[in-house]
Design a protein around this ligand. Sequence first.
Ligand code: EPU
Length: 350
Amino acid sequence: MLVENSVSLQPLNTFGIQAKALRLVRVRSTADVQALCRLHPEACRQSPLVLGGGSNLVLTGDVKQLVIKVEITGRRLVAETPSHWLVEAGAGEGWHGFVDWTLAQHWPGLENLALIPGTVGASPVQNIGAYGVELQDRFHSLDAVDLHTGEAFTLDAAQCGFGYRDSVFKHVASDQRHLGLAGRALITHVRFALPKPWVPDISYLELARKAEEWGTVPAPRQVFDWVCAIRRAKLPDPAVLGNAGSFFKNPTVSAEQCADIIGRDPKVVHYPLPDGTIKLAAGWLIDACGWKGKAMGNAAVYDKQALVLVNRGGAASPATGGEVMTLAKAIQTSVYERFGLRLEMEPVVV
Ligand code: EPU
């Protein structure tokens, strides 16, 4: 297994931020990961940076800890039962290509999650979600390697502790959570249970509108095409304009807090949740503070979706991680001053 020194991470993060990995190793199998743990036990214990597609990452400088680039591929049908297709993919498979492939095999269920950047292995980490579906709705189980011991293990959905853009992989063991695996688990394979019979999920307003115009029950590929069109209209393509998707989570407030905000800003976009709390659209809050299109250096707020920060300097003079963080903090301050809400960042900052 080859350990490369001083590797540019610019092509390996979708923001396109310039930074170097002092040491980077590529793993292509579970056995590779276990060998790495045996050969470099110290580096594996010191919270290495596990890199998938680099689509949820802000690099604020060169990365001193070991960077492990996951390149485990492979996809297969594990089983078909009367109620599910059970499909598995290697962690290094590109997410969108995997979704596309499942549809081509006539195993629908992931179409609402089309075009999300990143890899299969990263998908459970932040429980990716879009257009009415979250990864946890289709997740079956995953295999991982404990980087501290080299042991392989399997987790089911309950053990992954999924929440909104959250899982056990985002928390360290000292958090008050059952199990914290941040910096410790390297996901090698993920399995998805795709329910039969397939039923379209068109609960997201724009999908519902498209379905109404369509007139009949859409096919899975049709929903996929709609989702791709909606995403392309709203969100920047990282290959064209560097970004890390939504930069902040949508905050949740109590009914009283929400009523207070509505009293001052009647147009605030809000969604009641089953537990009585209310989710607010962070993009709307940031937009209302006048941030759309504003920039700090080469880091800017996307002009069509205020929840997305972009690198407007391209590859030649990219935004620095510092600029991105300065902009993010200024946005947090301004939303706090106007609405009394602290926006939580979504990407991992290294
Ligand atoms: N809005 C504004 N101004 C803006 C942005 C949004 O007024 O600048 C309003 C919109 O008009 C809409 C509401 O805010 O009424 C919500 O916007 P949208 O439907 O685009 O969704 P979102 O809450 O901003 C979330 C996810 C996205 C996901 C979409 C669709 C988070 C943090 N983001 O965005 O996920 O694609 O819903 O389901 O939950 C990602 O995580 O990277 C991501 C793109």
